[in-house]
Structure formats: C-alpha cells, structure tokens
Design a protein around this ligand. Sequence first.
Ligand SMILES: [Zn+2]
Length: 202
Amino acid sequence: MNHYPQSVLNLIRELSRLPGIGQKTAERLAMHLLQAKASETTALAESITAMKQTVRLCKRCFSLSDGDICRLCRNPQRDDGLLCVVEQPADMASLERSGAFNGLYHILGGVLSPMDGIGPDEIRIDPLVQRVRGGAVAEVVLATSTSVEGESTAAYIRERLRRFPVQVTRIASGVPIGGDLKYVDQVTLKRAMESRRKIDVP
Ligand SMILES: [Zn+2]
C-alpha cells in the first residue's frame, strides 16, 4: 500500500468505510476512478455533495425529500384523505412499488420498544396526531410490521386517535406474523392493503 501517493491512499481509506466495501474493492475502485474521465469523477463527487446539501426530511410525511415538502405530498393526484402510517422510508418504497396505495404517508421513524428505551416521544406520533387533528384525514391505515413492537405501536396509535372522527384500519391479512413490510412480496402487500380492516374499539 505504501507505494501509492497520499491522495490515492486517502481515497482508498474513504471508500473502504462504505458498507460492503473491503480494502481490496476500495483499491480496485480507486484505480478505476483514477483512469476514468475527469468529467465522470467530477459528476460523482458533485452528486454526493449535492445529495448531502439538498436531501432532508419532508416536513409533512418525514420521507426523504429535495425540498421542505416532498414530491408525493405535493402531488394533487394523491388522495389526501387517506394516510398510511409506516415505520421506515423503505416500507413506503415497498408500498409504492406495489401500486396498492394512492394516499399519503406518515413515516414514524421506528416502533415503540420500551426495552430499547423507545417511547412515543422517540418516534413521530405527535406529528401524526397533529396531522389528523388538522381535519383533512378520513382514514388512517396502520401499516407497521406484524412484530410484537409493530402491533403494540399500532394499538397505541389507535388509542391516541380515538377522539378524532377518523376511521383507523390495519393492514394485516397476508403479511406474515413478525413480517417486515420491506421483505413482503408486492402481490401479498397489495392484497394486504386492499383487505385492510377496521380496528374495533373495545
Ligand atoms: Zn412528504
């Protein structure tokens, strides 16, 4: 390694920090970039910088966005009376790929997990309640995973929304117990969304 100039060593070190990239792959990538056209390496460097500067969380749904409000939230074709609550952006991506949902999303950023010290204040439940309080939402679809944490998070949200005139449904059938949405195939996910059921208030 010592035969490389310092600038090459720096790049190899940075690349090897990326997930799934070991020392050898980092070295190979660095050699590839060294031989690539300057326009290509500039485009790569600039797109990384631009992404870090522009991507933030949508102020409404908390998905990744290039502006304050994401493209999906701004899309007039989407049904803003229908709100789907998911754990992570990857779950939203799965549902979008399935094409089963035409409403808006709310990304919690996790699930309740008292053992790990994750309570209601650690995930985005208050912003969800505020969105519902706003009045435009007619139905909230709870699409958290079917794990114990996902179920108890859904139950907690149901309770928090009880005093609002909003229908609360749960995506369930077809999603295996303990199932993480992002690993569920699209046909199953589409069916699960279509056959969501109302949660009965005890
Ligand atoms: Zn959004």
